[in-house]
Structure formats: C-alpha cells, structure tokens
Ligand binder design. Structure first.
Ligand SMILES: Nc1nc2c(ncn2[C@@H]2O[C@H](COP(=O)(O)OP(=O)(O)OP(=O)(O)O)[C@@H](O)[C@H]2O)c(=O)[nH]1
Ligand SMILES: [Mg+2]
Length: 302
C-alpha cells in the first residue's frame, strides 16, 4: 500500500447498516445505489459497498442481521461515522428484539461519537406502525441524539429525503433533496387521468391540471410506433414545460420550471425512471395500485 492509498482511505466515510434480519438493510442500500427496488437473499456475515457521490467516497457496510452474525456488528461500528439502524415497521412482534439490539449498541455509539439514523422501513405495508407509535413502543425517547425517518425501500417512499439526511450526517455537508418537478400526472395508455400530485406550495392546481390534459391530448394525437421510446416537451407560457413520456401501459407527465434549479434533462430522466418503476411495481390494470405507487415514488421527485 502506497502513501496515496493511505490518503485516499482517510477521506472515505464509513457507514454501517444494522438491524434485525429481514428489516430491509440490503434492499435500502441497493435502492440508494440503483434508485430502484431489488430483491435480496439474506446477507451472510457482512458485505461492503463503495459509492462515490460528488467526489465523496463512502463505504457502506451491510451487516447480516441474523442472530449468528450480530456478534460482528460492534467490531465494524467503531470506525464508522454513521450507524443506520433499520427497523421493519410492519413487524411489531419483533420490536422488543430490535430494541434489545439497539440498546446493546448505544454505549459504543456514544463513546465513538457516531451519528445514529433510525429508518422505519416498509412504510408501504398497510399494517406498518406510525413513527409516533414506533417511538413509543421502542421507547426511543430514552435514546439521546438520533434521527428517525419513515421509508419504503420497495416503493421508494421517503428514500430521497432519507438519503439527503444520511449524506449530511456522513459527510458533514448540508445537502437538500433536488426537487425535479412542480407536479406529476399519470394517465392510462388511453389518456385517462389516474393521479396528479403537486408540489406542496403549488396553488395553480386548476391551471396545471388543464395543462397536463392539453399536453396529453397533443401527445396522444402524435403518430408513434407502439414500442417507440418517446419523450416530448410542450411549452406552456403560464405553467412551464410539460414533459410527457409513455411506457408500455402508462403515460406520465411532469411539469418542469426553471425555478426548480435543475436541468430539464434531469426531470426527463426522473420521469422515465418513474415510469419504469411503476411498470415493475404497480399492477398497471389497477388504478388504485398505480395511484398508490405514484404517491410513494413522488416523495423522491417533488
Ligand atoms: N414490502 C416491503 N418489503 C421490503 C421492504 N424492504 C425490504 N423488503 C423485503 O424484506 C425482505 C428482507 O429484505 P433484506 O433487504 O434482505 O433484509 P436485510 O435486513 O438485509 O436482512 P439480513 O440480510 O438477513 O439481515 C426482502 O424480501 C425484501 O424484499 C419494504 O420497504 N417494503
Ligand atoms: Mg441483508
């Protein structure tokens, strides 16, 4: 190992992902890397994943959560800046066990001045408990200094906010999630609206809804091959730029404006990624399922 390697090592930030087996640690890490849900088998022992974002190198340690591997946790924790402790919010029968494991980590977390981020995962499951209930049931008010967020590594709910928080804790740099659209609307392939979601500050609801309809109507009139990858923009003087794209079963549209501060290209990719996510995860013939998945995924875009 040369001097340069030592230098590079010292600038790499380490985070350790802990929590019971089946809580979703590996799924969260792969969502952070790929921006989509990937199914995993249980982690045997530990796995480390390197990521580089904006020139910052990060090592994420994905620790196996099964009883046999929990003895490895403390050894990795000491050199970490952040511990992400994942809890399956839809498994209340395992809350006591999760709390027991968390409590056993707290002295080392305190001693080494490690940031603690608790992720209440599986928010997509209807029986998942609320954050307030989780805090009460796990008596988290007894823990000093931690952050807690609600996410779903399956639908993407809250993932961009969780990543922004994670990155800030890990690097000390303040980052904010990029808002990539003012509004999002999804239609079936025949052009019937299914769901429209607005940026919470948005007041021009009616005008925007009208704008989406105009854009979709124009889009539908265009002659395109069934499997042609098409993404088209429509300028609206009043609202901004409507980007429209289709996937196999759906048509999606986002409203982009210059004041978002992100390039149009980024909003276009976000739209394409959202459609791919919906095709893979939602039951495309069921409008309720599409609406549910759009609402969840949109927390990453608006
Ligand atoms: N519904 C739902 N399922 C999820 C979510 N996150 C993970 N899962 C599922 O939960 C199971 C366990 O996920 P993993 O990421 O392998 O869990 P883990 O914490 O890494 O488990 P170990 O490696 O054994 O410690 C998998 O079947 C995932 O698909 C989520 O947000 N919602
Ligand atoms: Mg795992």
């Amino acid at each position: 190992m040369g001097l340069f390697d030592i230098f590079r090592k010292s600038t790499k930030h380490k985070a350790v992902f802990l929590g019971l087996d089946n809580s979703g640690k590996s799924t969260i890490i792969s969502f952070l890397q790929e921006g989509r849900f990937i199914e995993h088998t249980p982690t045997m022992g530990k796995k480390s994943v390197d990521m580089e974002i904006g020139g910052t190198r990060m090592s994420l340690f994905d620790m196996g959560g099964q009883q046999d591997f929990r003895g490895l946790w403390l050894g990795e924790l000491k050199s970490a800046r952040v511990v992400t402790f994942v809890i399956d919010a839809a498994a209340p029968q395992r809350f006591a066990e999760a709390k027991g494991e968390l409590d056993s980590l707290l002295p080392a977390i305190k001693e080494h001045k490690i940031h603690l981020l608790i992720l209440a995962n599986k928010h997509d499951i209807p029986s998942a408990v609320s954050l307030t209930k989780l805090i009460n049931e796990l008596k988290l008010f007894e823990v000093d200094n931690f952050e807690i967020m609600e996410i779903s590594a399956k639908t993407g709910y809250g993932m961009a906010d969780a990543f922004a928080k994670f990155y800030s804790l890990l690097t000390g740099e303040k980052v904010k999630k990029n808002v990539l659209a003012k509004a999002i609307s999804v239609f079936d392939k025949g052009g019937t609206p299914i769901v429209t979601t607005y940026n919470k500050n948005e007041i021009e609801r009616v005008a925007i809804e009208g704008g989406f309809l105009v854009a979709i109507t124009q889009f539908s009139k265009m002659k395109m091959n069934e499997d042609e990858e098409s993404i088209i923009t429509f300028e609206s003087e009043k609202n901004g730029t409507f980007v429209v794209a289709k996937s196999k079963n759906l048509i999606g549209s986002v409203l982009w404006t210059t004041d978002l501060g992100v390039p149009l290209e980024q909003s276009k990719s976000a739209l394409k990624e959202m459609l791919a996510h919906l095709e893979a995860n939602a039951a495309c013939s069921d409008t309720n399922s599409i609406a549910f998945h759009v609402e969840h995924y949109c927390t990453n875009i608006i």
